[in-house]
Design a protein around this ligand. Structure first.
Ligand code: ADP
Length: 482
């Protein structure tokens, strides 16, 4: 690279500071992988309390008043504890300084001012990329993630002095950031941004996701299969037409695993560490997990795991249906998750009815997630749709065989050599679990499958070089007269 490429990532979450799902893992790992590839990367995040707490020495690059209802907004630039990627953080206490989750309060209700909170994120992203916030640093590429950051792409397109190009990544099309049409005026956007093919109006609402899809120069999503699926009515969430109109700008780039966080050879959360050449530590992790979760400590019992949000998307109702047969066959299940109240109750009941075979921990627990993924024999993802999915990748890395519904990124990351796939009507989850239980009884065959998965390349370097190629192609297209 003759001059370093400068890229600004804009996102609402970043591990370990704020995380509700895979988005946070990606916005931590991808910028770091790009940095390793020689890119000059920075991130922009909302100043939630945990983010501001992690900020070391910082420099104020912007101060404003009255933006999106906030009396005072400052943009601080510094480095977050434990991260090597420089960060811009929006310090706007009125918008971000509150207890609860990033999108919801402690009782699970969406924050009523999410429109203003994420319009602010978009505004800062667009103006940083437009060059009128930080005179010392202006990106060539603005890379916005999911609906929360989507307005950055649209606002940059409208910027009078724009030179930067933008990429918008869909991590999950089902979460769209929809708000009442009557609130459009709060965004401060010209009315041509609302209506027509190029407008953010969507079925009588406004949609931040749609703003990203129409505003960005290129759209990516987190696996090639999901990139194809979302152009169809079955998976497109009503946006398939918009996506089809941009097929040439739509790319599927598979996520990877952050080796600094998910590596069985160095993982400090585990009772014992291991790698593909020496699996003894994994057997120890299993025993400790069975003990910790109150399961029967049986080395020969195949132990299946789930670490997941409990939502309709994840298809865990299918696992509930398959559970009696799994227990009957001598299998065990450990589940860590939270979400849908009915699913939580059903899994809790199953654990109560079969305490030696089923263990359930409701809630969010980073350490337990690592211990489960290391200690289990198999990880189950019966998702109805799955943009990429990360826990099956963690499973592969940890020798924990994935059992997956053949959709989205699960198709692209798990094959019949490294895991078990199913898709009704040809094969049900119950049948896939039965095949796994049968194979587990022959340790040599099972271990060959584990090792094959562990040997595959799950790193970020492939994805990082694909993103760099995409960034460069956008800049070349902008430089060459059409
Ligand atoms: P999604 O983003 O749809 O929730 P992904 O598979 O892409 O699904 O990413 C989920 C991430 O969240 C993984 O890092 C997984 O380990 C983590 N995770 C999910 N549920 C929990 C939980 N209850 N406790 C700890 N980590 C969890």
């Amino acid at each position: 690279m003759s001059r370093p490429l400068r890229v600004l990532h804009v996102a609402a979450e970043m591990f370990p500071f704020v995380k509700t799902g895979g988005l946070a893992d990606v916005t931590a790992a991808l910028p770091a992988a790009l940095q390793e590839a020689g890119v000059d990367v920075r991130v922009l995040l909302p100043g939630y309390p945990a983010v501001l707490d992690a900020m070391g020495k910082s420099r104020k690059v912007f101060e404003g008043t009255g933006l999106y209802g906030a009396a005072r907004v400052t943009l601080q630039q510094g480095t977050l504890r434990g991260s090597t990627v420089p960060a811009y953080v929006i310090d706007a206490p009125y918008l971000y300084s509150r207890e609860g989750g990033p999108y919801q309060d402690g009782t699970g209700h969406e924050w009523r001012d999410n429109l203003q909170r994420y319009a602010q994120l978009g505004w800062c992203g667009a103006h940083l990329a437009g060059g009128d916030i930080d005179e010392r640093w202006q990106p060539h590429i603005l890379h916005a993630h999911d609906w929360h950051a989507a307005l950055a792409s649209l606002m940059l397109r409208l910027h009078p002095a724009r030179t930067a190009r933008s990429v918008f990544t869909i991590h999950n099309l089902a979460y769209q950031g929809r708000f009442p049409l009557a609130d459009f005026h709060l965004l401060g956007l010209p009315s041509q941004c609302l209506h027509g093919l190029d407008g953010m109006e969507f079925h009588g609402d406004i949609s931040f996701m749609k703003a990203g899809l129409i505003g960005a120069d290129a759209i990516t999503t987190v696996s090639p299969s999901y990139a194809r699926e979302i152009t169809t009515a079955e998976f497109g969430c009503g946006l398939e037409g918009v996506l089809r109109s941009r097929t040439h700008d739509l790319h599927g780039i598979l996520n990877g695993v952050d080796p600094a966080v998910w590596n069985p050879a160095t993982d400090a959360h585990l009772a014992a560490r291991y790698d593909v050449t020496s699996l003894d530590g994994k057997a120890q992790c299993k025993t400790v997990l069975q003990q910790q979760m109150g399961l029967a400590v049986r080395r020969e019992a195949p132990l299946f795991a789930v670490v997941s949000r409990l939502s309709q998307q994840k298809g865990l109702d299918l696992l509930l249906e398959a559970l009696p047969a799994l227990i009957e066959a001598g299998g065990q299940l450990v589940l860590l998750g939270s979400g849908d109240a009915a699913l939580e109750a059903a899994f809790r009941d199953a654990a109560r009815a079969h305490p030696a075979a089923v263990a359930v921990q409701l809630g969010y627990d980073e350490t337990l997630a690592h211990r489960i993924i290391a200690g289990a024999d198999a990880i189950v993802l019966p998702s109805r749709f799955e943009p990429c999915g990360l826990t099956q990748l963690y499973g592969l890395r940890y020798g924990t065989v994935p059992i997956v519904r053949r959709v989205g990124g699960l198709i692209d990351t798990v094959d019949e050599v490294t895991g078990f796939g199913f898709l009704e009507p040809e094969r049900t989850l119950t049948e896939a679990l039965r095949l796994a239980v049968e194979e587990y009884a022959t340790p040599a065959t099972w271990q060959a499958r584990m090792r094959e998965g562990m040997r595959r390349d799950h790193g970020w370097s492939n994805a990082a070089s694909r993103y760099v190629t995409l960034y460069q192609s956008l800049l070349q297209a902008a430089a060459s007269p059409s």
